[in-house]
Design a protein around this ligand. Sequence first.
Ligand SMILES: [Cu+2]
Length: 124
Amino acid sequence: MRMLPFTLLVACTTATPPVLGEISTEAGLYSLDVSTDPATPVTGEVVLTVSVFDDVGSVTGAEVRFIPTMPDMGHGVDPVEVTEVADGVYEGGWTFAMPGYWEVEVGIDADAGADVAVLSYDVE
Ligand SMILES: [Cu+2]
């Protein structure tokens, strides 16, 4: 299971910029507004904020997970605590412990079903 996001990403990892703004999850069940603080992540602490929408509007009460990994190095971080800080807005923080290529799997599970988006960051 953990290989799936990586496998899907292989075809499109070339120079993928940090994801900001509205993106679609892989199966198209949700659209996400994504931002980080700092806006361009560097080594150290980062907070990811994701607003989740479906066809109807904001998706409240979703089960949301953030899974940061360094796929080239085979490691991640401790589990990220994700909190719904406003209706349909989910936030969680962690530490990018080293520079390099990181991916963050954003998993959404709500009424429309389970879906995922993979963000990528070149952390300096
Ligand atoms: Cu690493």
